[in-house]
Write a protein that binds this ligand. Structure first.
Ligand SMILES: [Fe+2]
Length: 165
C-alpha cells in the first residue's frame, strides 16, 4: 500500500465516523431543544439542528467525490458524549443547573466535530479533493460558530445564576 492510498483509506474511515456522528447528533438535538429551560438555548439547538441536516448532506457529497457509498461506522466517542448529555437531562430535570449541563454537553459535541472536520479538511487538501475541502470547511465554520454561540450562552447563564445567588 502506498502512502497516498493509506491516507485515502484513513480519510474514508474518518468520513464514515463523522457521518455516523452527525446522524446521531441530528437525533439528539430535538431532545436537547425540548429539555432546555432558556428560550435562547432552545433556539440555538433548533438552529443547529437545521445546520446539521446540511452537514449530513455535505458529507454525502464528499462520499460521492471519492466514489464511495455514504455509510456510517459506529463512533463510540459520540455515543459516549451523547449518553452523558442524556444523563444530565435526567439528573437535572427541572433544576436551575440543567441548562449549564446541556451547554457543557453540546460544547463537547461541537469540539469533537471541530476536531474531526479540521483533520478531514487537512487530509482532503493533501489528497487534492478540492470539492471536499470546500464542503468540509463550510461545515467546520458552522461548528465553530455554534461553539461560540454556546460559549456566549454559557456566560449569560453563569451571570444569571450569579445574580440570583
Ligand atoms: Fe455538525
Amino acid at each position: 500500500m502506498t502512502t497516498e492510498n493509506s491516507l485515502q483509506e484513513l480519510f474514508h474511515e474518518t468520513l464514515k465516523d463523522i457521518y455516523f456522528a452527525e446522524k446521531k447528533i441530528l437525533g439528539a438535538l430535538p431532545k436537547m431543544a425540548k429539555a432546555a429551560r432558556s428560550e435562547d438555548l432552545k433556539a440555538a439547538f433548533e438552529k443547529h439542528e437545521a445546520e446539521t441536516e446540511e452537514h449530513v448532506a455535505r458529507l454525502e457529497k464528499v462520499f460521492e467525490e471519492i466514489d464511495e457509498a455514504a455509510r456510517g461506522k459506529t463512533c463510540d466517542a459520540i455515543l459516549g458524549i451523547i449518553e452523558e448529555g442524556q444523563e444530565v437531562m435526567k439528573e437535572f430535570k427541572g433544576e436551575p443547573a440543567l441548562d449549564a449541563g446541556l451547554l457543557a454537553a453540546a460544547q463537547a459535541v461541537e469540539h469533537y466535530e471541530i476536531a474531526r472536520y479540521g483533520t478531514l479538511k487537512t487530509w482532503a487538501e493533501e489528497l487534492g479533493l478540492q470539492q471536499a475541502v470546500k464542503l468540509l470547511n463550510e461545515t467546520l465554520a458552522e461548528e465553530k460558530k455554534t461553539d461560540e454561540t454556546l460559549t456566549k450562552l454559557a456566560e449569560q447563564d453563569v451571570n444569571q445564576h450569579a445574580q440570583a445567588a
